[in-house]
Design a protein around this ligand. Sequence first.
Ligand code: SAM
Length: 257
Amino acid sequence: MKHIPRKRFGQNFLTDQGIIESIVDAIDPKPGQPLVEIGPGLMALTQPLVERAGQITVIELDRDLAARLRTKPQLNVIESDVLKVNFTALAQDLGVPKLRVAGNLPYNISSPILFHLLEHVNVVQDQHFMLQKEVIDRMVADAGNSDYGRLSVMLQWRYAMENVLFVPPESFDPPPKVNSAVVRMVPRAQPADLNPQLLEELVRVAFSQRRKILRNTLGKWLEEKGFSGEFDLQRRAEEVSVAEYEALAAQLSAMKS
Ligand code: SAM
């Protein structure tokens, strides 16, 4: 039976075979690797992933699609909202230290998915996601760029990222209203002496009013934390590099302990 795409689930199905092959080539799955696909939908990516990796795990929220997927013996189907999936527990259940995560994500919840996975970064080998191109531009932007913001800092701190493929709207059915792209994300080693919550809070405060100089935003917050070190507050949040935010959070973390 033909599946009618559901807008509320961000269902834009890939139909361009050339693009599908390029995405699977970018993922480069090998037999037996613990691959987890988010939002398999009508299996445009799933089929070639299974052909290369063998058994894989898929997470699908749409119950009609999940029912179809369950008829495929090569799939371990989790019918759930991906935001409720505990990837750390999943890796344990599968008996592997790290997962390879991939998917053409539902664009309406792409940032929450990225932040959810950040909490499970220790069990991730790599991530390949199709997203709105504009979101990927923000993820990979450098300081000084108008796309640079909270998403850039919070992700660049934990992942090496690269934009690997541009995907135009006509590659999908129905076509989305925006351009898309595929990003590769590989977790970086975590600095031992940094409290991630502190970095999160610091970046949130800094970018709360991105046009103002930091003295007016971060200044008060740093004072409340009892910070007495050196930090140039005459700049705006978007002029401070990821490494500088990281170093400041590390100094604050050291003070707290
Ligand atoms: N992978 C397919 C493709 O490339 O053609 C479908 C991609 S479509 C953009 C997004 C998929 O994610 C749909 O199958 C949709 O039902 C599923 N989805 C939407 N929200 C979800 C959620 N919260 N958790 C898991 N899957 C979700």
